[in-house]
Design a protein. Sequence first.
Length: 686
Amino acid sequence: MPISTFRPRKKGEKLPPLKERLARIGLVNDWDYVLHLPLRYEDETAITPIADLVSGSPAQIEGVVIDERVSPRSLTAVVEDNTGVLQVRLIHFFPSQAQQLRVGARVRLYGEPRSGWNQTLEMVHPRIKRAVERTDDLPTTLTPVYPAGEGITQPWLRKRIARALLDVDLTDLLPESIRTKLRLPPLRDALQYLHHPPRGATLADLDTHSCPAWQRLKLDELLAQQITLRHSRVLRGKSVAPVLAEPKSGRITPDLIRGLPFRLTGAQARVWKEVGADLALPHPMNRLVQGDVGSGKTVIAALAACRAIECGYQAAIMAPTEILAEQHFRGISQWLEPLGIRIAFLTGHQKASERRAMLEDIASGRAQLAVGTHALIQDAVSFHKLGLAIIDEQHRFGVSQRLALRTAAADGLTPHLLMLSATPIPRTLAMSYLADFDVSVIDELPPGRQPVSTRIMPISRKPALIEGIGREVSRGHQAYWVCPLIEENEELDLTAAKETFEEIKSALPGVTVGLVHGELPQQEKDAVMQAFKAGEISLLVATTVIEVGVDVPNASTMVIEHAERFGLAQLHQLRGRIGRGSLKSWCILLYGEPLSENGKARLQVIRNTTDGFEIARKDLELRGPGEFLGARQSGVPMLRFASLEEDGELLDMARELGDEWLKNDPDTALRHAKRWFAGREGFLEA
Ligand code: ADP
Ligand code: MG
C-alpha cells in the first residue's frame, strides 16, 4: 500500500492541491477508496474505567474535567470518573480544545495512557469528544485508521471511504460456487468487515491478514491478475503474425551458424530451437530468453533476425543504451554483413543527414535489420515489413516501450516479440507476473570461461590494491574500477570518481587510465568506451555508467569501490563485465568500515556464488518482490494485498480458478479484472 514519505515543508511553501496529494497515495476513483484499507483500528466501542487503564494500551475513557491549567504553550487537565483520575496534556493546542476541556465538562477521551511524572496516568494529545452521560451512543464497530497523506485527516478519509462504499457497485462477481467452496464472505461483507470490524473482532486475525475477509480480497486480487494475464494470452492467440519458418531456399541461418567463431553451446542450440518453433507459428511469439550475463544471448537475437530476413521480413533490435546499441550494431554487422544483410543503425545522437538516410533505408525495406536505441520507437520510424522485434535487456524498458516496437507492424500482421534479459526471475514471480511470456533459459556458459574469483577487502587496502592492478595491467590485461553512487548526488559521485582517477594516475604513471561517468556528453562517453574496447585504455575508472552488456573480453579485473552500497543484482551485473574471455578474472569488492552484519552477508552472497539465479533468490529474500520486480517490467500492477511468499496456496488456487472462470463465463471474469484494476496501468493491452 503506498504511503507517502513525509517531507517537512518549508515555511510558506504551499501544499499541493488535495487531488494531487490524494493521487499520491493512490486515491483517484471511488474504487481506490473502497480498497484503501485501514492500517489499524481503534476500539471506541467501550468505555474503560480509569482505574482499569493499563500504561501503553490505547483505550477510551469518559469523565468530568475537574482541573484545567492553560499556559501559552501547553494545557494540562485532570479528568475524573468514579474509579479514578487521569491527567491530560496538550503541548500545542487550539482554543477550541481548551474550551472542550473546561472544568465541569463531561468528555470522552481516546488515547494511550502513560505513567506521568507524578505516578498518575497521563494521556498526551488524546482525541477529545464532548459526552453526554449515556453509553448507548457508543459505536458498534471499531474505528479504522487509514494510511493518509499530508494534510489529509482521518475523519475526512473515513467519510470519503464510507461514501465510496455506498456509491460503488459492489455486486459480487465471484461465482457463488467458488465462494462457498472456499467459505469466503461476499465482497460487500468482506469490505464492510475490513473497514468497520464489529466490536469484538479479533484484531490479531486482522493484523495478520488471515481472517476470511482478508482472504477474500487477496483471492480477488490474485484472480484479477491471473485473468488479465490469461486474457492477454488469448488475445495474442487471436492475432496473426507472419509465419517465419525455415524457407526451402535462400536460407541464411545455417551460414550464420557456420560463420560464427564458436560453436553454439547446448543451451543456446536448445533455446534457438524453441525460438525458431515459435517463429514458425502464425501467432505472435512472446518469448523471454533469460540467461546469465555472458551466456551468449546476442547470437540468439542474431539467429532470430536472420530467420525473419530469410523469410522476407525485417527485424529490429532495440537496446536500452547507446553504447549497447552501438556494440550490437558492430558485433552483429560483423556476423551478418558477410551474408549480404544490410543493417541500419538508429540512435538519438546522429547527424540529421545520417538519420534521414537510415530512416529511408528502414522505410523502403532496403535495410533488413535495424539496430538502435529508443530512437527506433519514435514516430518518424516506419518499417517496410517488420516481422520480428527484439528487445535486449528488456527489464530496462517499460511495457509501453515494448509494445511500441511491436506495433510497428506490417500488412496488418503483428510482429513476433523476442525479449532478452539477464535478470533472472524466480519461479513464483515468473508464474505470477509473467504468465503471458514463454520463457527460455540459457543455463550454460560458453566453454573455456574462467570463473571469476571474488575477494572482499576493506577500503583501507586501496593503495596496495592499486599497485596490484598495476601489475595485472602491465601483463597486457585490462581492468575496470567502479565508483559507486554515494547518494542521490551526481556532483559528489563525480568528485569521488575523479579523485580516484587522479590517485590511480599518479600511482601508476606508466598506465593509460580513462574516466567515464554519467555527466560526460554521449559522444565522449562512447569515445572512451571505444578506446577501452580497442585496448588503448588499460584501466577504466567509471561510475555505474558502465553499461550492462558491454563486452570487452580482455578485461580481467574489476574493482568495485564501496560495494556495500550496491544492490546484489547490480553487483552481479557489474561483475558480469569480466570473465568474458579465457583470462583468469578477479573481482574485488572494497567495503567501507564499519560494515553492518547485513552488509557483510550481502557481499558474501556475491563472493560465494556466480549463479545469477541463486543471487536473485537471495536478493528477493532480502528485499521482497515489490522492489525486485517493478510494475514496469511485468506490466501487471503489483499486488497490494496478497503476498507471493505468504499466499502461495492462494496463488495456485487463483491460477486454477481464474482459468476456469475465464472459460465458463469470460464476460464476468473480465469485468472482475477490469473493476479490480480500474484506472491502473495500461495492463490489459500488454
Ligand atoms: P550476454 O548473454 O551477456 O548478452 P553475449 O551475447 O554478449 O552475452 O556473449 C558474451 C560473449 O560470449 C561474447 O563475446 C560472445 O561472442 C561470446 N559467446 C557467445 N556464445 C558463445 C559460444 N557458444 N562459445 C564461445 N563464446 C561465445
Ligand atoms: Mg547482452
